[in-house]
Design a protein around this ligand. Structure first.
Ligand code: HSE
Length: 300
């Protein structure tokens, strides 16, 4: 028996919600083909699209590792599976690349086991993969990759994840400057202490964004897309970040910010045409970096 599973790219943080907000996009995404085999153990037989960067060793690969955790948890360590992994998005891009693969793997094994766990119950297993990939098991990529749409991680201990509504007409465009920013490094440069006055601005914006999503108030969403804590530090990793913001905003973007830990940047727009135009302009500015434009429909 075999299954073929797709899991989408995700935009984590959504500017003001470091580690607590994320949403899925319709493309790109990773794919996993998983087959049951006779001997116990999780093995990886193929990885494509990773430029040779991902390990085949089942103890070191986030997909096999989280699948093994899952099998142990449901009391089926006797089960054997083989995994083929098709990376369809760049690693270290800020698009939740490791999350998409891990989530596809977990959904695949859960399906092969006749779905004993709900998608929500799979989240902690996917977080194990994130912990391995970047040192901390944050959920703002894996939860939207599993659940779709917009997601709020209200609390990590205990885990409390809430799906949020969103306006149908909201579009997202993403541009990936083809440089590598490992999430592990991008997390280390953030200050661990923040000023109360910055916290006040930040939680006002997070609350505003969530209120805007619930009331489908696009202007409120746009006003709330500000980050005074993480972006000022991480933007130094992204060439010409503030120039790119200017270009996006001049061309009708509702907002502009870093996708996850970068280097990808994303905008919200009111329609698909604006998303496309902004992507073209951003890419033109960035020709020397050989950008890749990644589209669009947000969220799924
Ligand atoms: N919330 C995480 C971070 C997302 O910003 O480090 C990583 O993609």
């Amino acid at each position: 028996r075999s299954v073929n599973v797709f899991a989408p790219a995700t935009v984590a943080n959504v500017v003001c919600g470091y580690d607590v907000l994320g949403f899925a996009v319709n493309a790109p995404g990773d794919e996993v083909i998983m087959r049951l085999r006779d001997e116990p153990g999780v093995i990886i037989t193929k990885i494509s699209g990773d430029e040779g960067r991902l390990p085949y060793d089942p103890a070191k690969n986030t997909v096999s590792l989280s699948v093994q955790h899952y099998l142990n948890h449901i009391g089926r360590p006797d089960v054997g599976v083989e995994i083929e992994l098709f990376k369809k998005m760049p690693i270290g891009s800020g698009l939740g690349s490791s999350s998409a693969s891990t989530v596809a793997g977990l959904f695949a094994i859960n399906t092969l086991m006749d779905s004993p766990l709900s998608k929500m119950e799979l989240v902690p297993f996917a977080m194990k993969g994130e912990e391995m990939a970047c040192g901390y098991g944050h959920a703002d990529n894996v939860a939207p990759a599993l659940l779709g749409g917009f997601v709020l991680v209200r609390s990590y201990e205990p885990l409390d994840i809430i799906k949020l509504p969103y306006p149908e007409e909201l579009f997202c465009s993403i541009v990936f400057p083809q440089i590598d920013v490992p999430t592990r490094d991008a997390r280390q440069i953030i200050r661990s202490k923040i000023l109360l006055k910055d916290a006040v601005v930040q939680w006002g914006n997070v609350a505003g964004l969530v209120a805007g999503l619930y009331t489908k108030d696009i202007d409120l969403i746009a006003r709330s897309m500000k980050d005074v804590i993480v972006e000022p530090v991480r933007s130094i990793l992204i060439p010409d970040f503030y120039k790119l913001r200017e270009i996006a905003m001049e061309n009708g973007a509702l907002s502009f910010g870093i996708s996850g830990s970068g280097p990808s940047v994303f905008t919200f727009t009111r329609n698909e045409d604006d998303a496309r135009i902004i992507n073209e302009k951003l890419q033109k500015h960035f020709l020397w970096l050989d950008t890749e434009s990644i589209a669009y429909r947000s969220p799924i």
